[in-house]
Design a protein around this ligand. Structure first.
Ligand code: PSV
Ligand code: MN
Length: 388
């Protein structure tokens, strides 16, 4: 696609989902640096997310994490989101912070612990019913640290059985998104370490189960765009958890470590129909802003995804196909590099202005006075965060 109107239309319809936990305090296992003005409640996280959407125009959805975002009344939380022009997005489960889950959750050798884990996942589906969320996003810390610690295949069977109980509970228009990560916190085996394992489990479950690609969850050197292309080919790409990494699961801002990789991923997405709303690929962020200001960092991340998407949309697919078919290696590569090397910032500024937005959302944020306001008003109470 290189027709500018079509590029702008695709950019306008793209939706980027921001994570509630990105607005809270976070850190490494060494230290959490608290920031002034951080939300104390899920309601305040939504207030911050609304700023991001107001200034970017493309971030109306917010992912929740349970129990971090547990509230008394989910219809009140949903109403709060709607009043802010937001929607509640994926509900993320958490079976990794409870003492019972030391040896795993849905793969634990003890059926009572597995029941407890499945109970939590079912609670997440209840919450989805109340919030109108369509996606249940599952990531399991399950695994082992020592050879011989548990039976690899038995754990896979327990996983399948647990997932199928939850799958059966999903409503007509709800999905299960199964995320993989190659290690951490388990260091020897991880029960869902890679896209193949997630894909195998999802295929057995059925059409409502799809794979989530967290860009920080692969071994160094993994060709992520290849995985993305194959999952799209099979109709099994449920979405992304976007972030950047230099070493492991660093959760840095998407597009900051390797913008070229992000472009290559989005090129496969764009080329293989993944930007069409009906393909239903969720473009989620999963990031932690440990040392940088949180709201501007989320805005910057949204802009980074937009820039990579714009470059991907500028790839001249006709020229690319012609060069590929004629076996012209250098010409094929040049088509991609021409798009990547295009400065799309003027295009995005123009698009924002056409939509009545400020051309520079980060500058616009600083001019709103929101940061000063939350620092003054959010005093007392307990700041949101997951501890470390
Ligand atoms: C696990 O590392 C993960 O990527 C999952 O998506 C979790 O839900 C999230 O991080 C928690 O930050
Ligand atoms: Mn993730």
């Amino acid at each position: 696609m290189s027709d500018i109107a079509a590029v702008k239309a695709a950019l306008t319809s793209q939706r980027i989902e921001t994570p509630s936990w990105g607005y809270g305090n976070s850190g490494t296992r060494f230290k959490v640096f608290a920031q002034a003005g951080v939300p104390r409640t899920p309601y305040e996280k939504l207030d911050d997310a609304a700023k991001v959407h107001e200034l970017t125009g493309v971030a109306p959805k917010v992912s929740l994490h349970i129990p971090w975002d547990r509230v008394e009344d989910y219809s009140a939380l949903t109403a709060h989101a709607e009043n802010l022009g937001l929607e509640l997005g994926a509900v993320n489960s958490n079976t990794f912070q409870d003492d019972d889950f030391k040896l795993g959750s849905v793969c634990h050798p003890d059926p009572a612990v597995r029941r407890k884990a499945v109970g939590h996942l079912l609670e997440c589906v209840d919450i989805m019913d109340a919030t109108g969320s369509k996606d249940l996003k599952l990531w399991f810390a399950d695994g082992t640290n020592y050879p011989g610690q548990d039976d690899i295949v038995a754990r896979q069977d327990r996983l399948a059985e647990s997932l199928s109980t939850v799958y059966e509970r999903l409503g007509e228009d709800q999905r299960m998104l199964l995320e993989y990560k190659f290690f951490e916190p388990a260091f020897y085996t991880t029960d869902v370490p890679d896209w193949g394992t997630s894909y195998m489990q999802c295929v057995k479950l059925g059409d409502k189960a799809q794979v989530v690609v967290d860009t920080g969850h692969h071994a160094p050197g993994t060709n992520i765009e290849f995985i993305v292309a194959l999952l799209l080919r099979e109709g099994k790409l449920g979405g992304f958890d976007f972030n950047s990494r230099f070493y492991a699961d660093d959760d840095l801002m998407v597009g900051s470590a390797d913008p070229f990789q992000l472009f290559r991923i989005l090129h496969e997405v764009a080329k293989n129909g993944g930007l069409a709303p009906e393909t239903n690929v969720a473009f989620m962020l999963d990031q932690c802003h440990n040392i940088e200001a949180k709201i501007p960092a989320v805005i910057r991340s949204v802009m980074n995804v937009q820039e990579a998407t714009a470059k991907a949309l500028l790839v001249d697919l006709d020229a690319l196909t012609a060069a590929q078919r004629s076996g012209d290696v250098l010409a094929s590569n040049a088509v991609l590099m021409d798009a990547y090397n295009t400065d799309v910032r003027p295009l995005l500024r123009e698009l924002r202005e056409e939509q009545g937005l400020h051309p520079d959302p980060v500058a616009a944020y600083h001019a709103t006075g929101w940061q000063e306001r939350i620092v003054t008003e959010r005093v007392g109470g307990e700041q949101a965060g997951w501890g470390a």
